[in-house]
Design a protein around this ligand. Structure first.
Ligand code: ADP
Length: 484
């Protein structure tokens, strides 16, 4: 494909990241590039982007973003990231903030305006660059209006006539739903305002716009692609998703094994690999000292949890069984931030179990790496999980996960008991089911150390590569291009 694919995303690691989306957008474009699909990324220029390491240059000033924003313009910065062109849309009043989408009090009041602006600026930028894109690939609600704009532009603007669109859902729970009065700000034609378009029970729903108007829709694991067609996991959009079933794809994310490689990880005190795991024990001792855990627990399993402290991730399930876990005589380390109630509960529990439970509230990339390396068992009791990257990293770092049987967790973990097992899966999102699965893991760790070693080795040898995902996206693009 000679013409370019454009990714539009609200996060791109290492420039910006609040979760898995950032990781994916940091790795997938590079993999696309390597696989012969030239890919350009467009993302917001946040105030917290560090410009020093990457030579970000201001290349366009005062780019008009068009009706109904005539007087409002964007500046555009450009960077080259290992051969991938990145464009950052800059407008200080929208993006120069401490956080990406919300502050501790809640969502920013103008999120609709911020990301409508971003999408419109992205359209203007692609036109300014002069060559019609082959594919515009939008990721999550923040950019999901792009397929809607292009759907309507294709009718009368020859520039867009042969551009195909994809909308990828990284998390269906976040939809960008706002008051109907913001529909006028979007600049979409009146006909988009209906139940098969962006309207959702009297509101504008940006993700629904992407689902309705993209040539293809995808999500980030085959299991999640099936689950979101059901009422239980469909977050109110299962109806429109079912209507797009023929164009809905589940493409499993890959892990970036350059960034997440225990054999070459600058954040670790020592390195290890599937062939020589001795360094893992040292990583464990080091982290236990760093977080003030009782050194006597070094001979017992260390359990780890990393993630947003929200219901999705099942942090409430974990909190509710911590007293029982402590009776198993294990150590537990938790890293995350999110809901204040869960954070406060963790702080209380830490008081009760000093030296055995360490919880760090915050977002710290390097600690996340050290925790993966130190953990013997990784906990991931998500209620739903579109793909999940943390369990992939845990596998690579030799920490078999205990996880719920949902979405990408099912697609990446081979459950015990089996000769191929790489972790533990439980079916019901219930504290007792979670506890029972952890008990099984702890018993196996304690009683069958040789089996555990072989399980670790299998886990570490799993490879969820981006090459696979690239091939599948290339095939989706190819089919779209045959149609338009
Ligand atoms: P999600 O995108 O739903 O948050 P994923 O498992 O796909 O979950 O990706 C989460 C990413 O965010 C991982 O790279 C993980 O290490 C990182 N992460 C989550 N919470 C924290 C935290 N508190 N500190 C550092 N990194 C975190």
């Amino acid at each position: 494909m000679a013409q370019r694919v454009f990714f539009a995303t609200s996060e791109v690691y290492p420039f910006s990241k609040s979760g898995g989306l950032g990781d994916v957008m940091g790795a997938l474009p590079l993999a696309m590039h390597k696989n012969g699909i030239p890919t350009t990324v467009i993302s917001p220029f946040y105030g917290r982007i560090s410009t020093s390491n990457y030579q970000i240059r201001l290349t366009i000033t005062d780019l008009p973003v068009g009706y109904p924003w005539a007087p409002i313009t964007a500046d555009v910065y450009e960077a080259d990231y290992h051969g991938v062109s990145l464009y950052f849309i800059h407008r200080g009043e929208y993006f120069d903030r401490r956080f990406y989408y919300n502050d501790p009090k809640g969502d920013y009041f103008d999120n609709a305006e911020r990301f409508i602006f971003f999408c419109r600026a992205a359209i203007s930028l692609m036109e300014r660059l002069g060559q019609p894109p082959a594919i515009v690939h939008a990721h999550d609600w923040q950019t999901a209006l792009l397929p809607a704009y292009i759907h309507f532009l294709r009718r009368w603007n020859p520039f867009w006539e042969h551009t195909g669109t994809v909308c990828t859902i990284h998390n269906l729970a976040f939809q960008g739903r706002f008051s109907s009065r913001l529909f006028a700000d979007s600049g979409l034609p009146a006909e988009a305002w209906n139940m098969n378009g962006v309207e959702y029970f009297g509101d504008i729903n940006m993700l629904k716009g992407g689902i309705a108007y993209a040539d293809a829709v995808s999500t980030v694991s085959p299991s999640y692609a099936r689950e979101i067609l059901t009422e239980k996991f469909g977050c109110g959009l299962d109806g429109i998703l079912r209507s797009r079933e023929a164009d809905l794809h589940g493409v499993l994310n890959g892990a970036d094994y350059v960034v997440w490689n225990p054999d070459d990880d600058p954040y670790l005190p020592c390195r290890f690999s599937a062939d020589d795991m001795s360094g893992k024990r040292r990583c464990k001792k080091h982290l236990m000292a760093e977080l003030g855990l009782d050194p006597e627990l070094a001979d017992r399993p260390l359990l780890g949890f990393i993630g947003r402290l929200r219901g999705q991730k099942g942090i409430d399930l974990l909190n509710s069984i911590i007293p029982e876990l402590m009776r198993l005589n294990v150590g537990l380390v938790v890293l995350g931030e999110g809901n204040f109630v869960h954070e406060a509960r963790l702080m209380d529990l830490m008081e009760d179990y000093r030296g055995r439970l360490a919880a760090v509230i915050g977002y710290t990339e390097d600690l996340a790496h050290r925790m993966q390396a130190a953990s013997d068992i990784f906990l991931m009791p998500s209620r739903y999980e579109p793909c999940g990257l943390t369990q992939m990293y845990a596998l690579r770092y030799g920490a078999p996960p205990v996880a719920t049987a949902v979405g990408g967790l099912r697609d990446t973990i081979v459950p015990w008991p089996s000769d191929e097992s790489t972790g533990f899966i439980f079916t019901e999102s219930e504290p007792m089911a979670f506890l029972a699965a952890i008990r099984e893991a702890v018993a196996l760790w304690t009683e069958k150390p040789e089996y555990w070693q072989s399980m670790m080795r299998r886990a570490m040898n799993q490879a969820f590569t981006w090459e696979n995902a690239c091939k599948q996206y290339a095939e989706i693009y190819r089919r779209i291009r045959l149609r338009i």
